[in-house]
Design a protein around this ligand. Structure first.
Ligand SMILES: [Zn+2]
Length: 393
């Protein structure tokens, strides 16, 4: 998938420089490095990355290429669906840039998808191969949410491969969002996933598995999530962070619950990312947790993906932090399981989505007999085909 000059582009001098300043991080880093150096493979593909923050400031894709260097191969590229409002009456002259910096509300910011598409399209073809953009700017409580996704696909054909990371339950965030709170039970989420299935979009879904203070050992949202997942067997869903968060920790049976999903063949389309340093802190908490998680991942290596969940990183060192945090885990995985989590699963899932989404775009642009952005016609002009589809649901 790499441009042929990928390894050549990084001279020995650059590599030496990088290894000198990263060198102190750990010997294990070097171990993974050596294991993959033969094939000129990067350390990982990043299945979970935000180019911009909660007020849509960040770095360009060109700058991101420098941050990735030869350490990271491909990146699942998205912004953040929500914007943190600067409410003068609450914040005065202090502009909040993160959701924890203010009690003022958040709202869905659809323009982020155009920003991401623009950042992708500014790159030359070889560099585009290293990014896989996702659509995030829809409201998952709105039955029209899927229509936003359709609009984005047809306005920027050849760009997007999936939807997400979008959030349903998210600690400290859900309650700040203007309007109706998102829920796994909301039929609007069902509609989104049905549409993802129709198009072949890969889905990255964030939904805390539990409330910040759960009751008992059975996480609050797991049953609803399993119901949702089983209703969409034709959609590849990456369940972000395996449902964990900064405050939503694993219950005693968390690893068993994941094992149960992995062994249930009706849920073969459900995958997990272990992105976010806040999630790493649970997984590599101590020897026992590392043992339990490595046993799980070694048993189901095709079901887990590594991602950074980094937001507009300022340096390569900052960008690689989550990868470094996971060194105790990498050490316990078999070489093939490690490679699957770091590289192979990303390639398999994203490449399949790329192919299907491009085919859907080609079919739909052809049907609409346009070669540019689509303006949805007024209801009286909606083709009978579309009206019939709506009625059939
Ligand atoms: Zn994220």
């Amino acid at each position: 998938m790499f441009p042929t000059d990928f390894s050549r582009r990084f001279s020995t001098g650059v590599t030496l420089f990088l290894s000198l300043w990263i060198g102190s991080a750990s010997g294990l880093f070097a171990q993974v490095n050596e294991a993959t150096a033969e094939d000129n493979e990067p350390l990982f593909h990043d299945s979970h990355f935000h180019l911009s923050n909660y007020v849509h400031e960040g770095i360009s894709t060109r700058r991101m290429l420098e941050v990735m260097g030869d350490k990271v191969g491909r990146v699942a590229l998205f912004g953040i669906p929500l914007t943190q409002k600067w409410d003068y009456f609450l914040n005065g002259k202090r502009r909040p840039g993160y959701y924890l910096e203010s009690t003022s509300e958040m709202y869905y910011y659809s323009f982020i998808d155009a920003i991401i598409a623009n950042q992708y399209l500014r790159l030359n073809e070889a560099d585009r191969e290293r990014f896989d953009p996702f659509i995030v700017g829809f409201n998952p409580t709105d039955m029209n949410g899927k229509d936003h996704v359709r609009q984005v696909l047809l306005t920027f054909p050849g760009v997007f491969v999936g939807i997400g990371e979008f959030s349903i339950h998210k600690e400290l965030v859900t309650s700040k969002i203007a309007g109706h709170a998102a829920s796994v039970r909301n039929p609007a989420v069902n509609e989104l996933l049905s549409f993802a299935g129709e198009v072949g979009l890969l889905v990255i879904l964030h939904c805390d598995i539990n409330e910040m203070r759960g009751v008992g050992d059975h996480p609050a949202h797991i049953d609803d999530l399993r119901d949702l997942f089983s209703r969409h067997p034709d959609v590849n869903i990456i369940y972000a962070h395996t449902g964990l968060g900064r405050f939503v920790g694993p219950t005693r049976t968390h690893v068993e619950l994941l094992d149960d999903i992995c062994s249930d063949h009706s849920l073969d389309h459900v995958y997990f990312d272990i992105s976010w340093d806040e999630v790493a802190k649970w997984i590599v908490k101590d020897e026992e947790t590392v043992k339990a998680w490595s046993r799980l991942i070694n048993r189901y290596p095709t079901r887990f993906l590594f991602g950074t969940d980094s937001v507009a990183p300022k340096s390569q060192e900052a960008y690689l932090k989550t990868f470094e945090d996971y060194q105790p885990l990498w050490k316990q995985l078999t070489p093939s399981a490690s490679r699957a989590v770091r590289l192979a699963n990303y390639e398999r899932l994203v490449n399949a989505a790329r192919k299907r989404v491009r085919a859907w775009e080609a079919r739909n642009l052809e049907e609409e007999e346009v070669d540019g952005p689509i303006v949805i016609p007024f209801p009286e002009k909606v083709p009978a085909r579309q009206a019939a589809q709506l009625e059939a649901r």
